[in-house]
Write a protein that binds this ligand. Structure first.
Ligand code: SAH
Length: 244
């Protein structure tokens, strides 16, 4: 039996936002590997072994998937959203690079709807012109890089999406993020806090940078910052497609 790995995105939360490709692939799986809450979104069944693990062990998890596949297992590694956005796809390739004996593993990446796109759709079209995505966590990079990227993106007049904006272990960095943005973009720029998008707990809150406070974000929030042309239109927020 030939094993394989599919690295699948489960979307932002709603079952209707899981792609048919991911659903079909899960029906073929013998093993599902991933962070505990993501594995919990996969229905148990006979012949399927679930391997939930803690969030900080991405490389171990990736190596585990490669070992299982080399023994013939059909492994789905699950991420929320899209697996290529601050998630498991890079971790699996990094593990292959460290363990070249797995280079011939059949690896497929199955895209999913990432949080910023689900949030943008819920708000209107705040990412309708050029934009960038920044992971505000400094677990895997120095905070100085984050600060620099924030300033460069603001000066380039990109709209921005921030993942992992604020956690209990990093309480002050989002405050610094807001300070940098106010400095670079002024107080009137629109910022949308989109929490638990596509789930029953979904909350959307659009304010100006002058009104924004750090407690508006947590780890279930993706934060969207408009460019200089982003505006409100009734209850929507949108960015025109023409140059600003
Ligand atoms: N691979 C995921 C991102 C993982 S990083 C994706 O493509 O969406 C985890 C961060 O994603 C969270 O801290 C939060 O910023 C964001 N996120 C994930 N799901 C979300 C949701 N349903 N609503 C709002 N933000 C979400």
């Amino acid at each position: 039996m030939t094993g394989w790995i599919a690295i699948a995105g489960l979307g932002p939360g709603a079952p209707s936002l899981v792609t048919p490709d991911v659903t079909d692939t899960l029906t073929l799986a013998t093993d599902v590997i991933g962070y505990i809450p993501y594995v919990a979104r996969v229905a148990p069944r006979d012949g399927l072994t679930l391997h939930p693990s803690d969030n900080r062990v991405e490389l171990d998890r990736a190596l585990h998937a490669l070992q299982l596949a080399s023994r013939g297992a059909r492994v789905v590694v699950v991420s929320s959203g899209d697996p290529g956005v601050f998630a498991m796809a890079s971790a699996v390739f990094e593990a292959v690079e460290k363990h070249p004996e797995f280079i011939d593993t059949d690896i497929r990446v199955l895209p999913g709807i990432t949080a910023m796109l689900a949030a943008a759709a819920a708000a209107g079209a705040p990412l309708g012109h050029d934009f960038c995505a920044i992971n505000l966590s400094d677990n895997l990079k120095p905070w100085a890089h984050v600060e620099n990227r924030l300033r460069m993106a603001a000066r380039g007049d990109f709209a921005m999406a921030f993942y992992n904006p604020r956690s209990k272990s990093r309480p002050h960095q989002f405050e610094q993020t807001l300070d940098i943005l106010r400095e670079e973009c002024g107080p009137n720029r629109l910022i949308t806090f989109a929490r638990a998008v596509s789930t029953p707990q979904q909350m959307l809150n659009t304010v100006t940078l002058g009104e924004a406070t750090p407690d508006m974000a947590d780890m279930r929030t993706v934060v969207l910052v408009g460019n200089s042309a982003t505006r409100r239109l009734g209850r929507y927020v949108y960015t025109p497609r023409s140059a600003s």
